[in-house]
Structures are given as C-alpha cells and as structure tokens.
Design a protein around this ligand. Structure first.
Ligand code: 6PG
Length: 260
C-alpha cells in the first residue's frame, strides 16, 4: 500500500492464484476498493506522465456493485485528466436508458472529471456487432500495447450470481473467442444485446480488480475461488491469463470460502 492509500481494515489472503481482499461489509469494501483504485491510477498516471504522457487505460465495471465505490472515488483527488476510461461491458441501449452502464458510470463518477471516457457508439440503425467493431477499433487506438496486442492498465469488473463477469456468461460462445478484443454477444432474446471485453483483452491488463458484494454472490464466489465442479465459471477464467487478478469482496460474499 502506498502512503496515500487510506488504511481500510481488510483480511488479505491468497487462494491458489487469487489475491483475495475481504472487507467487513459493503461500505468498507467500497472505501477499500476506491482506495486501491485511486492508488493505482495515481501511480500509473505519474509514471505515464514521466514517460511521455500517454493516457492510463481503465475499464470501468458495470452493474450495481461498483456504484458505492464510484461515489467514494468522486470525493477523492485523482488525476482523471491522465485517464482514458471505457466500459468493460455494456448493454446495447441508448445512453439515456436506465440500463446503460456508461450513463451510470458518468453519473456516479466521471462526468465533469476531465477523464477521456469512451462510450459505446449506440445508434438505432447500427447493429450491436457493428457497434462492437467500432468500439474495439477506438479502444485499440486509445491504449498502449505491443506486438501481442493492446495493453489496458486496469480492468474493473463485477461478478453475477451465476459466476458471469463482464458480459461473459456461462455457456456463451463469447467465452471461446480468441481472436477479438471486444465483441457483441446476445445473452437472451428477451434482453438487449451486450458488448463486452473478451478474455484475450482481460488477460492483457496490468491489473484486474473484481468487486463482489453480498450473500447472494457467496455460492458463485466459492465455486470461482475454490472450485468443486468440472467446468470453471466465467469469472474464474479471468485468472487463466497473465493478468494479476485481485478479488475485492465483503464478508457476506466470502461466506462460502474456506479462509485460512
Ligand atoms: C453488467 C455488469 C455485470 C455485473 C454483474 C454483477 O453489465 O451487468 O457488467 O457483469 O458486473 O452482473 O452485477 P451487480 O453488481 O449488479 O450484482
């Protein structure tokens, strides 16, 4: 922890390859996650500015869990002008739709911060796959990389009660994509299409923080971190690449873990 990181009580354990930080409750998880994210961004923006000034690439998580963390971050002194933020996954809806992750992230944190914030290019005459291809190209142009591909700095993600993460759902063809960084995926006929970072892009990150809160996530988190089944849940597969993954969880979500 660097000196600026607020000391939030956490129980830090390693479970196999997983770095797990257990916070007492949702409120301390939000504060602790905000402190870790702020420290990461401050450190990487300082390094980037000293090395020529590229923007630090940060994928923001969707859903409801990160809102409390974003509200904490909104009160902190963070060099957002040194950040290019994007959505790790998005529902393919207009920005004024209540389901839009991009709108939620803007409303709870990024609006007015000076961060460059890349939103999914929704249009009523544009298919989700076409929007994903446009967004993928914009992402590739926005972040550093090397011969093996783009190099996001930080990816924030959540986890559903079924063990999905980003918009990588159990049984989806999206789980097997190896030649794309960002795609559209149809979750079900009843829901809007989703756009999501793929595992190849997640594996290229310098760091991945997965925020998991609440007792409803406990069974899935236990299966992700201490699997008993034959097939890894999508969230567990985040750890199959080279990116270091930290699981920022509260005690309720960790209830099913056999903690040392
Ligand atoms: C989304 C998210 C999704 C989310 C999980 C957990 O677009 O819904 O990206 O992957 O992180 O579904 O959602 P909650 O935080 O609302 O439980």
């Amino acid at each position: 922890m660097d000196g600026t990181q607020q000391q939030i009580t956490q129980h830090r354990v390693r479970i196999g390859r997983a770095d797990v930080r257990v916070f007492e409750d949702g409120a301390t998880l939000a504060a602790g996650a905000a402190s870790m994210i702020a420290s990461f961004i401050r450190r990487e923006v300082t390094k980037a500015r000293a090395a020529g000034g590229r923007l630090v690439s940060v994928a923001m998580a969707g859903g409801s869990t990160p809102v409390a963390t974003y509200r904490h971050l909104a009160t902190m002194d963070i060099p957002w002008s040194g950040v290019c933020a994007w959505v790790g996954d998005e529902r393919y809806v207009p920005l004024d739709d209540e389901d839009s992750n991009g709108a939620m992230i803007g409303r709870s944190l990024l609006d007015g911060t000076g961060a460059r914030f890349l939103q999914v290019p929704w249009a009523d005459d544009r298919s989700a796959p076409d929007a994903a291809a446009l967004y993928e190209a914009e992402l590739l142009a926005s972040m550093g990389g090397d011969a093996r591909g783009p190099r996001p700095d930080l990816i924030l993600a959540g986890m559903g009660g079924d063990g999905h993460t980003l918009s990588l759902f159990p049984g989806s063809d999206a789980l097997d994509i190896t030649d794309r960084w960002y795609i559209a995926t149809e979750v079900s006929a009843a829901q809007p299409w989703r756009l999501t970072a793929t595992y190849p892009l997640a594996y290229r990150a310098a760091a991945v923080y997965v925020l998991v809160s609440g007792e409803s996530k406990a069974p899935a988190l236990a299966e992700v971190l201490q699997p008993t089944g034959d097939h890894p849940l999508p969230a567990r597969r985040l750890m199959e690449g080279g990116a270091p993954v930290s699981w920022l969880v509260d005690r309720a979500a960790a209830a099913g873990l056999d903690l040392p």
